[in-house]
Structure formats: structure tokens, C-alpha cells
Design a protein around this ligand. Sequence first.
Ligand code: AMP
Ligand code: ZN
Length: 712
Amino acid sequence: MYSDKQQKTLAGLGKTLLANDHLKSTSKSEASEVIDQLIQVLNYHDWRYYVLSEPIIEDTDYDYLFDALKLLQETYPSLMRPDSPTQRVARGLSEDFESVEHTVPMLSLAKAYNDQDLIDWDASIKKLMQEEQIVYACEPKFDGASLALVYENDLLVRAATRGNGIVGDDITNNIKTLPSVPLRAAFSKYGIYKTELRGEVVIHKERFKQMNERRAAAGEKLYSNARNTASGALRQKDSSKVAEKQIEAFLYQVGVTYDEAGNDRTRDLKSHGASIQLLYDLGFKTSLKSHDDQSNICQNIEEVIAYCNKWRETRDDYDYEIDGIVIKVDDVELQDMVGYTAHHPRWAIALKFDARQATTILEQIDYQVGRTGAITPVAKLKTVNLAGANISNASLHNEEFIKEKDIHIGDTVILQRAGDVIPYIVEAVKRKRDGSETPVVFPTHCPSCESPLEKPEEEAVWRCSNRLECPAQVEEQLIHFVSKGAMDIRGLGRDIVKRFYQEGRIQRIPDIYKLNYGGIKLLEGWGERSVAKLKDSIEASKDQPLYRLLVGLGIREVGTGTAKRLVEAVDSVEELQNWTEEQLIELPDIGPKVAASIVSFFQDERSIKLLEELKELGLNMKKREQDMPQVKSTVLAGKTFLFTGSLQQFTRNDAKRMVEEMGGKLLSGVSSKLHYLVVGEKAGSKLTKAQKIETITILNEDEFLKLVAEAK
Ligand code: AMP
Ligand code: ZN
């Protein structure tokens, strides 16, 4: 075993080996040694990356190590080892999974729903055991799909799904592709020859979100939730597709265990806590944060309740979905004495957190027209309380979503809210239908202007084609123009724009700058002062930096980032009007689709007229020195930031803007690439993770604001 420090030095080994032609002509004995070394190094980095989420080498160095190993193994196929990371390859298609019987049935868990249930359960165990006090081991109840792993002779030999609890599917080939599951684990060091472990397969919340974002962008069907996606991935017929789902396994139990002579040594591990610690030490992903993390051990039921409350508060901050806490009698001997019912162990209980699901009726569907004409069906629901919030709307995304879930109007639907995700419809409950429900007929014409809807073959979204005259689109475009991310005209919010539009005061963007203030003064709710303020902010907006105007114009595919890129390259709108697609593509971050959209916008007669009018009205159309991002000069240029917990002094969007203005970058997870972690209230696992990486500076909100102020 190498120390962490040695591992760091060995990180460059792959590159050195590959740079050296001699690698191909190594003798077999030398190759064997190097292979051993490479396997150790690669497995170590897999562990750092997939189990601890704290990589310490560059991805390219990892790739060099991997390639060097592959090359050696190709030269000497007989030196292949079953625990080599190169073995984590897909084994092709499986027609059907073989059934395998679990050594010990995989049972369900008894449930508790509140503190009193826990107190009662504790009392029953104390009474049964005639004990004054029981020690418990707690851990999150991971909301994924269960998994049983068998290790024999230190090697992973079998992986199975829970199935019906007695018999599951053999999914060994699929599991071997998961880097969070060690192919070899040194059980023999503890006198264990064969053992069956239990765990749960889950997907990191953020990665799940990204996966869906990618699918949405590609017009593909969205995954409805992480749990179903994880369990689907386990039973994926093509094992090369498993890894792309990015599932990981958390282990939470050491089951039956035998020594070399076949004696049952299950009871050698004296406590549940000790067995989880063993799993941690062997390189498995567990709920422990470090080898001596004792936070999961509770001396009595009061401590258990406190533990549960803490998790209830921080669960949204945790990187994985959990639906409760599992509480287990810690002492293994005691577990045996407390025993089992036919369905579940008596020595364990799952405290379920408040349902994040609720059932309600879908009363109607509204079709909303967005700024770019996209039609979004929105379910109007009978108001229902879901995890503390009253919900009466849920997006149905697009026509495909409705078809896929076979949603009818009048259906009983299951709503779900997970983490910070907005509520969505999981399914329509078909058995609750009484015949009065009606299938959804997606409109063929725009609900606002009645123009026919259109949809390119490869897209999922229907759009109203009447871009410039559709009232709903125009209204949204106006709202967009004045919004915070664009011209930022304070005092001209969404509702006021709508009102002014409906009253005919603002029909097109230039009208904003020609408002009849005298008339507004007479309107209900307006007065001398509010009108003066509105006028001031409208006038002031004429002086906004050029990129804000570009954003405000609502050119398709052009958001803040692209607008800034454009302004870096040109000096004025006029100049931009003459750019060709070929020239645009040369710019960083601008692809053919974006370039085409920009050119088509600027060539359109109506855009040309609009820009002329705005210029006439005195809007800034040029790049000015003071608007150029002073990015490069700040000491924080290139530094990476991550925000966690609930922020009190600014929103996530503000934070993002501040970071970008300083030339910094946002990261989505804690790794050695992170420079600053900014923590709000109730920060959770990200903080704990960051505390273990020396190079990360942890800031509270005040410290962050101070840093920003100083950097300017
Ligand atoms: P249930 O199916 O709701 O009765 O709960 C039992 C299931 O919870 C098990 O089959 C596991 O898949 C899952 N589970 C998730 N986390 C844990 C944990 N920490 N300990 C035990 N079971 C867990
Ligand atoms: Zn329309």
C-alpha cells in the first residue's frame, strides 16, 4: 500500500511509462510488477474520485495510467487480473438475467412516522430485552434500488437485485462497470473468505439534474426520478449503457460471513457500527464521512431523535435522495436476540420523512406561450399541500410527456417534489378512472393568436410561428426586455408591463421610451412620485451596457454569456449587423446554430427598423470602456467557487453574477479543483467534504462579500 504522498508522486507514472518506448519490450516479470503497481494506483484514484469525491490527480494523468496498464495487459494477456480497473468494461448484451437466490432473504423494514413511534419501538425492545438502555446505529435511508454483493476470496463474484426478496436478478456484469464498487476488497485481512453485502444504488442529485437537462436539450424523454433511473440502470440489458447513468452504490450492511473453513463468522463483527467501519476501510462507499466518524452512533432514543431531526433539516443539501433514516440496534448479539418477523427485522426500523408525494386531481390544462413561441402545457391542479407548499400548477413540459404518461383531464395524479426541484407529475393513477376523464388533445393553433403551431421533426416542443405579432409572445418579449438580466428597468415589472400592454400603452419595445407619463399618473395606484421614479429608471436604462441591449432583443440562442462574447468582438451594433455566420463561428462558444440565429435576426427588416428606432430614441448602441468586464485584473480571476446551504444575504443568481464579474467560475461539486466554498445556513455534506480538502478556503456570506469588495 502506498501512502497518500507516494500516490501523488506516482500519479505521473502513466505518462512516464507511455513516453518511454521501452514499455512495449518490457520483460514479463517486469511487466507483472508494473501492472501490480498501476492497478494499485488506479484503484486508489478510483476510490478518491468515486467514493470520497476528492480526486487528487488530473483526469489526463489518470488516463495515462489507464492506457499504460492497458498496453501492458495487451502485450501479456496472461497477466490480466480480475480486479484490474480495465476489467470494468461492458460485457455486451444480456438476453435475460439469471435468477439467483439470496443467501439470506432481503427483507423490508418496519416503519416509524414520528418521534412517538420511535419511542414506542425503543420501549418494546427494552422490555423484550430487559435492558435499561439500547445503543443504536443510524444512517440515511437511501432512496434507490437495493443491491446484494458477494465477495469470495477478496473478489467481487456476484451482484444481484433484490427481486422478490428471496430471488433476484444476477446483474454482476452491470455492477462491474461501476467504479464505486471495488472489484477486490481485502476481506481476507479480517479472516473473511466469503461474505454477502447489502447496499443501495443511487444517483447523485446534481448529476441526475444535468442528465435530464442534456436530455431536454436533445429533445429526449426526461427521466421522472433518480430512483427509477437507478433501478432501470441496474437491469440495463446492455452493460455498456450502465455507466452513463452514473449510478453509485452505498453499502449499509455486512450480511452472512464465512471464514476459509466455511464456519459462519457473521457474529465476529460485534456491532453494526463496526461493520460499516469495516466497509469504509475496505474502500466501499458508506454513510461514514471518515474512518472514525461516530456521528451515526446514538446512545439512546433521544439521541436518535436528534439525529433524525438534523437530517430532516439538511436532507435537501445532501447530494443524494434519502427518504428517511434507518435505525438499527447496534449490538449484533442483541440483534439476534430481538430477532425477525416474517417481513422485517425487529431490530431495525425506518423513520420515514414527510411524503414528498401527494395525490390530487388534474382539472384542466392551460397552454402557455413563451417568449420564443414555445407552447408549454401546464396542469391546473386541485390545490394540494406537498411537503409544506400549496401546489396548484405543474408543468407538463411538452406533448411527448403527456402521451408518455397517458395523462387525461380529470385524472387523479401523483405529484412529487424532490430536493429543490419544482413539483412534477409522476404518474396518472389509471385505476382511479371512472370514465369521465377525457384524453388530452394537444392544440394545433396558438391559444393567443390562433396561428398554426409548428414543430421540427427532431424537436419536442411545438411553437407558435407568428413570432412578431403573437400577443402572448410580444408580451413575453417586452417582459424579457425590461427584466433584470436584460435592460433591468426597475419599477417596470412583469405585471405592469402586462397591464400597459393590454391597455395599449406599450405595443413594441420603442413604446417603452415614448410612454405618456401624464396619462399614467391618472391611473389607479399611480401618483406623482411613482411615475417620476418609473421615468427615471426608464431614462437611465438608455445608458445600459451594450450586451444588455443584445440580451433584451431576445435573439434566439443569445443569452448573457453569448451577448458578452459578441460585445468583446465588436464595437457597436452596426458592426455586428455586418458579421457573417463564418465570422461568428470563429468566436469562442459560438456554434453554427447560434451564428445562424444571430445573422437571421440582424437581416430581418423588422429588426433593422427596431434598432434604428432605438438608436433614434437615444439608447446606447456602442461598446464603451466602462462596460468592459474588468475581469482579468482581479485577483480572483480563474478562481472557482461553490455555494451551499441557504443563502441569507443574496440569491444564488446574485452570487453567480458576482463571481463572474470577478472573472471567477462556478463549480457544481466539491473537489480539489475548488478554491472557495461559500456556506449559507444549514450547510450539509458539501461543507464536510470541503473541510477535508486543505486547499479549499471556506467562507461565510460576510467573508465572501468582503472578498468581492476587495477584489474590485
Ligand atoms: P422498504 O423497502 O421501504 O421496506 O425498506 C427496505 C429497503 O430500504 C431495503 O431493501 C434497502 O433497499 C433500503 N435501504 C436504504 N438505505 C438503507 C439502510 N441504510 N439500511 C437498510 N436498508 C436501507
Ligand atoms: Zn401565437
